[in-house]
Design a binder for this molecule. Sequence first.
Ligand code: HEC
Length: 105
Amino acid sequence: MKRWIIVCIYAGLLSGPAFADSGKAVYEKTCFACHGSGLLNAPKFGDKAAWAARIAQGKQTLYDHADNGFNSMPAHGGNDDLSGKDVQAAVDYMVQQADDHLAKK
Ligand code: HEC
């Protein structure tokens, strides 16, 4: 529960009230397929070790890779219906979860 409150506050600060919902919704609809389980060696949701080196590349690189694809990571997670903004919101959501995990250890 506490985690969700933190997510909402963090997301709200970044880009307005609708943001947290959309990042989470996009993740659950599209990204979860691989990032929920680590399929194809995708960095797993909330796995701080898997995300640390990726986060260190900088947010812009993560956005680019999610937008354009990166190795087995398909552009837009393979979902052409998503806008660039949707994809970025999902990246923010996953990164925030990995960071939150990190803060708790
Ligand atoms: C078909 C499986 C699959 C789906 C669906 C998927 N990903 Fe990925 N993703 C991967 C894999 C595999 C990697 C690891 C690529 C590598 O490092 O070689 C990855 C890596 C990433 C990275 C890290 C890139 C980097 O520079 O290290 C981000 C960010 C990311 N995905 C975002 C997303 C987002 C956002 C979505 C949903 C819109 C999504 N992914 C959906 C498979 C997927």
